[in-house]
Design a binder for this molecule. Sequence first.
Ligand SMILES: Cc1cc2nc3c(=O)[nH]c(=O)nc-3n(C[C@H](O)[C@H](O)[C@H](O)COP(=O)(O)O)c2cc1C
Length: 367
Amino acid sequence: MTTALFQPIQLGDITATNRIAMAPMTRSRTTQPGDVPNEMMATYYKQRANAGLIVTEGSPISAVGRGYSMTPGIYTQDHIDGWKKVTSAIHEAGSKAFIQLWHVGRRSHSTISGEQPLAPSAIKVPDQVFGPLPEGGFGMIETQEPKAMTQQDIDNTIADFVQAAKNSIAAGFDGVEIHAAHGYLFDTFMRLESNQRDDQYGGSQENRIRFLSETLEAVCDAIGSDKVAVRVSPHVIEGFADEDPEIIEVILKALEKMQPMNLAYVHFSERISRYVEVPESFRKQVREVYSNRIMVAGKLTKESAATLLNNQYADLVAFGTPYVTNPDLVQRFSNDWPLAEFDADARLTLYGGDENGYIDYSEYQPA
Ligand SMILES: Cc1cc2nc3c(=O)[nH]c(=O)nc-3n(C[C@H](O)[C@H](O)[C@H](O)COP(=O)(O)O)c2cc1C
């Protein structure tokens, strides 16, 4: 039974027309200089506005929060004006839009951000990011050892998230999704390998959650909790050398803290990069502590997504790569039309470049 996919759902004061979300996907096609969202991006998102909810690509909240060149920011007036084109296009097409607010933490280099990357502790892992090459042009470069954040850095970062959230509302977004997954800033605070602090942000599990929960509370106060969501990835090892022995417990504790916040949704990113399969027992544990909206993403099919909804493990299901090559994904699902494969050609045009492999995927033409 896949009908649950096509049921509307209330998220705070907005209604998504179905439970299929477009997952956040970095495509690195901003206008330079300034990393500004543009008309081509508006067209791309509009083509995919059959999703009940679009979560945009990760958007750095500050210069130092940037880890990849060409990604769209949300910290200048040009960014706000550029994003307005995107949100109007999505709304005109009948969908809703959350922007993903991004601070990459240690997964960066000062040649990208202009500043030494920030992290809970000054620990670097072997890791590469997309940035300027010494010989010119862009490519993958090794990350730099980060600076351990001071209390002032933490306070400034919370203030940057608050400002970015206000900017997002000014740009017409229905809400914001705070990126706390994939080895970026908040994820590194939550894990032992990257957080070796001995102040109130390190040590105990409670302390390792503090930075994320303080940020969520500040952003909720600024724009309203029904407009705030968060993405986590306890089963993904991206950005770390090893699996964390406590991350599942830490995330369950974080969910207990989030329950009374009445967030728009909590988004679980699963099955990307290096990962552990999510056992059903985890989904049950999540439901014991968290009864509000949950979104799940990661190699879902129409059938596996519907099963998550039917079992009430998720309220929304997000698709990433299927949306790259199938702009009309919801129509294809609802009519049982075949999907265009996410093939080697599609991979080549994921990051950077022009309209090719971005806005030239066609809708399905029934015979
Ligand atoms: C090209 C590309 C870019 C991505 N960029 C982001 C991102 O900016 N933020 C994020 O949280 N996840 C990002 N992801 C992960 C997706 O949101 C999603 O979780 C992942 O693709 C798994 O879903 P899928 O199997 O349906 O593609 C990206 C994935 C792809 C393929």
